[in-house]
Design a protein around this ligand. Structure first.
Ligand code: DAT
Ligand code: MG
Length: 133
């Protein structure tokens, strides 16, 4: 079934000029770009987005980092978009991500893992609302 996923290239990916390559991977997988914006996100939006990690010792750094420069936020649509996007992206820690995945190819550490992708269709809807409204 066709669904939408929220995907966001983080400041390290934008800064390193990886937007074109990453977008192309989604397109080649059949996930169509239906909306995109290069923007800086507010501290409030970042804290809400990472609310599930509020108790973690790295929370402050995570919020500082994601607000440190522009992100490339996008909505992609296609068959099982959430699962397909997560599999293109790879696991959270780039050291555990296989070559061929975005994090496996480009991630330099768990705090610099290049890209975010929604982890469920429910969260995808929430994130689309949060970042595009
Ligand atoms: P994912 O981004 O794969 O959905 P997550 O939702 O658990 O992973 O965490 C969100 C982000 O928080 C993750 O992309 C990078 C950061 N993060 C997670 N675990 C971390 C850790 N142990 N140390 C530093 N940053 C971490
Ligand atoms: Mg997550």
């Amino acid at each position: 079934m066709s669904e939408k996923a929220f995907v966001m290239i983080k400041p390290d990916g934008v800064e390193r000029g990886l937007v074109g390559d990453i977008l192309s991977r989604f397109e080649k997988k059949g996930l169509r770009l239906i909306k995109a914006e290069l923007k800086r996100i507010s501290k409030e939006t970042a804290e809400e987005h990472y609310g599930h990690l509020k108790a973690k010792p790295f929370f402050g750094e995570l919020v500082d980092y994601i607000t440190s420069g522009p992100v490339f936020a996008m909505i992609v649509e296609g068959e099982a978009a959430v699962r397909n996007a997560r599999s293109l992206i790879g696991p959270t820690n780039p050291a555990e991500a296989a070559p061929g995945t975005i994090r496996g190819d480009y991630g330099t550490g768990v705090e610099r893992n290049v890209i975010h992708g929604s982890d469920s269709p429910e969260n995808a809807s929430q994130e689309i609302e949060r970042f595009f409204n």
